[in-house]
Design a protein around this ligand. Structure first.
Ligand code: ATP
Ligand code: MG
Length: 544
């Protein structure tokens, strides 16, 4: 049990909120979800599921300059794909009128004022955690004037950036968030994705979040540790209009997810997308939910990973190797094994009859007959990996070399290399071998052991496939801690594209099908793959 579950169980025992459990996941629709969000999603939805409560989705859409319905749609799609069910979909914009009315009430009670200073002036007066701030010259404006100006702000009569509404709290408070925080700002240059041009003033996060929780009846408002310092303000705003002793939401915080060799910030991800440094939000190198999905991660594996790392109150960094290990463990059990030859060279079996064809029956996963078999066409000419042949094989090279050593063709016959052809540059063009017709796998002679087994694909029936070999997006462990611009830290080898020869059994693959290409790694069929142009993305290598 994690510490938040302990809090929830205690609240249930004490009969708090009449035993009601209500959480919410509150994304801002200004980007796609990343795996950090999944940690929050698993917590918010997990608590509701485990304790018979409800988890709602609430879009924190208070900044029309950055938000869009494209993001709303991707967020709901990703959450559904992860396998979670929300109660309602709410929007902070549902509460714009209520929040505006509340702001007017604050002004009438002398708890808010309109400030005409620039953002720089306000920041400059804020002080430091050890030095008190200085009051704005507009702090003691008469209530009537504040009301008139705030209404003028909303009426569109004031230019963007010229005025803000600030809470009048305490410019000397050791918690900087209490030093007259901004409640409202003017945004007129963008329409809102839901309310259009209706509003010219928009509430800040701190003035919108706690109240939205309250309006909806949230009992446990769970977020990440950077909000610990906001919690007193969260409580303060609610205290101003909710009598003591009545229902109110409470905020709890856990540690954010950070993963090595990537960034976990929508702002940086948006930059990568906009500047074309990746192919899009769903680029398989991105830590977004859609990127991970396209990379071949399953919802099950992502959730299992979140389960493994758990929730604490200490910030840390998780090794990306753990994420890779989790998907590998899963695919090991279910991804059919197939052959792909990435750097092909032709193998001619000289004593195999010209024109003869046969079909080898290969198990999808060795030793797991229940997972079925597939046919592998076999003939005199096969593709093998270039590195599986050495003309001058050293003593400890156990694969093909014209030295009399026997090597098994995976699921098929034993062969011995005899010689090779080379082009004018000395590059090997064809390898020749003889086979033992009595050594076929699955027959009596098939039990004969060899030191090495190599992969192959029949030349007559092989298909071409584009293989996208992905690696980590960044070349340093913690790009955020590096003084250099994060874009300079991108791994130049994060993608290699090769055309491979693959088995004909892959002609009919479907998008999102998983395979293990023997000795190469786990791969998934890309969303853009077609029967005419097969594309596979490498999810992960076989070993960490
Ligand atoms: P980013 O920092 O990437 O821009 P954000 O926190 O601004 O993300 P929101 O849409 O505001 O994004 O986040 C919605 C919820 O997801 C918040 O409750 C937030 O605490 C949580 N969340 C965001 N990033 C992480 C993370 N790395 N680990 C855990 N939870 C996260
Ligand atoms: Mg945020």
């Amino acid at each position: 049990m994690n510490f938040i579950e302990e809090i929830v169980e205690k609240d249930l025992q004490e009969g708090k909120n009449d035993g009601r459990i209500q959480t919410r996941f509150p994304p801002e629709p200004n980007g796609y979800l990343h795996i950090g969000h999944v940690k929050a999603i698993c917590m918010d939805f997990g608590i509701a599921e485990k304790y018979g409560g409800v988890c709602n989705l609430r879009f924190d859409d208070t900044n029309p300059a950055k938000e869009d319905t494209e993001y709303v749609d991707s967020i709901t799609g990703d959450i559904a794909w992860l396998g979670f069910k929300w109660g309602h979909i709410y929007y902070a914009s549902d509460y714009f009128q209520k929040l505006y009315d509340l702001a007017l009430q604050f002004i009438r009670e002398g708890k808010a004022y309109v400030d005409e200073q620039t953002a720089e002036q306000i920041a400059e007066q804020k002080g430091t955690p050890t030095e008190p701030g200085r009051p704005s010259p507009y702090r003691d404006r008469p209530i009537e004037e504040n009301l008139r100006l705030f209404e003028a702000m909303q009426a569109g009569e004031i230019e963007e950036g010229k005025m803000v509404l600030r809470a009048k709290i305490d410019m000397a408070n050791p918690n900087m968030h209490f030093r007259d925080p901004i409640m409202y700002r003017i945004i007129t240059s963008y329409p809102h994705h839901r309310t259009g041009r209706k509003w010219n003033v928009y509430p800040m996060y701190d003035f919108a979040h706690g109240q939205s929780d309250y309006f909806e009846g949230v009992t446990h408002s769970i977020c990440t540790l950077e909000f610990v310092v906001h919690r007193p303000l969260y409580d303060y705003f609610i205290d101003q209009f909710v009598p003591q002793g009545e229902y109110r939401p409470h905020q709890y915080e856990f540690n954010r997810l950070n993963i090595t060799y990537t960034v976990m910030s929508k702002r940086k991800m948006l930059q990568l997308v906009k500047e074309g440094l990746v192919a899009g939000w769903d680029d398989p190198r991105m830590p977004t939910v859609c990127g991970l999905r396209r990379r071949g991660y399953t919802a099950e594996a992502i959730r299992a990973f979140i389960d493994k790392i758990g929730y604490t109150k200490v910030e840390g960094m998780i090794d990306v190797g753990l994420l890779e290990h989790t998907i590998r463990e899963q695919l090991k059990e279910k991804a059919p094994r197939v052959c792909a030859i990435l750097d092909p060279v032709r193998l001619v079996i000289e004593n195999y009859p010209d024109g003869q064809k046969e079909t080898i029956t290969a198990e999808n996963i060795d030793g797991k007959a229940e997972l079925g078999t597939r046919p592998m066409p076999f003939s005199k000419e096969l593709w093998i990996e270039r590195h599986d042949f050495q003309e001058e094989g050293s003593k400890d090279f156990y694969r093909l070399s014209p030295n009399g050593r026997e090597v098994r063709l995976k699921s098929a016959y034993i062969i011995q290399a005899t010689r090779c052809d080379k082009d004018a540059d000395g590059r090997i063009t064809t390898v020749y071998a003889n086979y033992d017709p009595l050594s076929k796998s699955g027959t009596e002679g098939g039990n004969r052991k060899t030191k090495a087994t190599i992969n192959w694909v029949d030349c007559n029936t092989a298909l071409d496939a584009e293989l996208r070999l992905y690696d980590r997006l960044f070349s340093v462990e913690d790009p955020s801690a590096d003084p250099r611009d994060f874009r300079e830290l991108l791994n130049p080898d994060s993608l290699h594209v090769v055309t491979a020869k693959v088995e004909s059994a892959l002609a009919n693959v479907k998008k999102q099908d998983h395979f293990q290409f023997l000795k190469q790694g786990y791969f998934v069929v890309d969303d853009d793959s077609t029967p005419e142009h097969l594309i596979f993305n490498r999810t992960t290598s076989l070993k960490g």
